[in-house]
Structure formats: structure tokens, C-alpha cells
Design a protein around this ligand. Structure first.
Ligand SMILES: [Zn+2]
Length: 174
């Protein structure tokens, strides 16, 4: 069977940036997802469409197709006194909210005497990402998986009643 909407797909891959730096890998744990339900990046799904088990892939996503370009307007200087952490280091990441009150990950990019420069761009913004790997397995989704819009580890239930309001986060451990 080929990868199409509603297929449960297992893939192994390495994700690298434009400098060849390894960002993520499924070495320990293959990724299993439900195709066509925005479980993974839409442009990555596009690249996987139609592949079969055993097929290799090499999908390159420009920043626009991945996490967007870096925006200067998302870099802020804030006083050190606003931080509770005892020790601040460049590269530290923490959760905060943007101007629309959406949760974002901010990264400390510079430390000055009294101020901290933080970057609220997505950590992968501005990167061209390459996904190189292999399709391991494809199967039909179960009814439960389709109604939830995500996979269940053993294809069975995910251990909660099928109310229509549950969110992905409070469901299965994935
Ligand atoms: Zn579920």
C-alpha cells in the first residue's frame, strides 16, 4: 500500500539543517503518525505522499515550507530582573507567551550587563531542513484512530472514553 490520507505510517529519518548539522533523529524510536491529519509538518507529508514501505526519501524544506524565516521583530531585550533562574546562559530556552498570548519557546541569544536578549522565533526558523530516511511500515488506521486524528500505540484504544472534546495532549502519550 502507498502512503495516502488516513494511513498510519512509520518512518525513520535524520533531520539536518543547511549546514549539515543533525537536529533530530528517530534512531531510538521510529516516528509513527497518521497521514493527512496534520500530525507532522504539511510539507513533509506532501513529500511522503505516495511512497511505499521500503522506499527511501530525501525531502528538503525551505524555511517558508518549514518553520518560516527569522523575524527581527521577534528579538527582544528584557531586564535581567525579569528572570527568576539563578543562572542565565546563552542558548537557554524557556516557555513564554507572544503578544497574542500564544505560547512560544524563547531562546536566550545574548547576555549584557543588566539585560538579556531573547529570540522568540521558532528555534528552527530560518533553517532549510532536510529529512533523509526510509518508510518502514504503512497500515490502515483504525476507526478509533481516525476519530481521534492521531495514532494509538497498538492500534487499539488509548485508554480513555471516546468523548468528542478530548484534546491530543490529554490523550495517549505521544
Ligand atoms: Zn486517542
Amino acid at each position: 500500500m502507498k502512503i495516502t490520507a488516513n494511513a498510519v505510517v512509520t518512518i525513520d529519518f535524520e533531520m539536518t539543517n543547511q549546514d549539515g548539522q543533525l537536529i533530530d533523529s528517530t534512531k531510538e524510536d521510529a516516528l509513527i503518525y497518521l497521514h493527512g491529519h496534520e500530525n507532522i509538518m504539511p510539507e513533509l507529508e506532501n513529500g511522503l505522499n505516495g511512497l511505499e514501505a521500503g522506499n527511501d526519501f530525501n525531502i528538503v524544506l525551505s524555511p517558508e515550507k518549514a518553520f518560516g524565516e527569522k523575524e527581527e521583530g521577534k528579538v527582544f531585550t528584557v531586564p535581567k530582573t525579569e528572570f527568576e533562574a539563578p543562572k542565565l546562559e546563552v542558548g537557554m530556552q524557556f516557555q513564554t507567551v507572544d503578544e497574542q498570548n500564544n505560547p512560544v519557546i524563547a531562546t536566550i541569544v545574548d547576555l549584557k550587563d543588566d539585560d538579556v536578549v531573547i529570540d522568540e522565533n521558532h528555534p528552527l526558523a530560518g533553517m532549510t531542513l532536510t529529512f533523509k530516511g526510509q518508510v518502514k511500515e504503512i497500515r490502515e488506521a483504525t476507526k478509533g484512530e481516525l476519530s481521534h486524528g492521531h495514532i494509538h500505540a497498538d492500534g487499539g484504544s488509548c485508554g480513555h472514553d471516546h468523548d468528542h472534546e478530548h484534546k491530543h495532549d490529554d490523550c495517549c502519550d505521544h
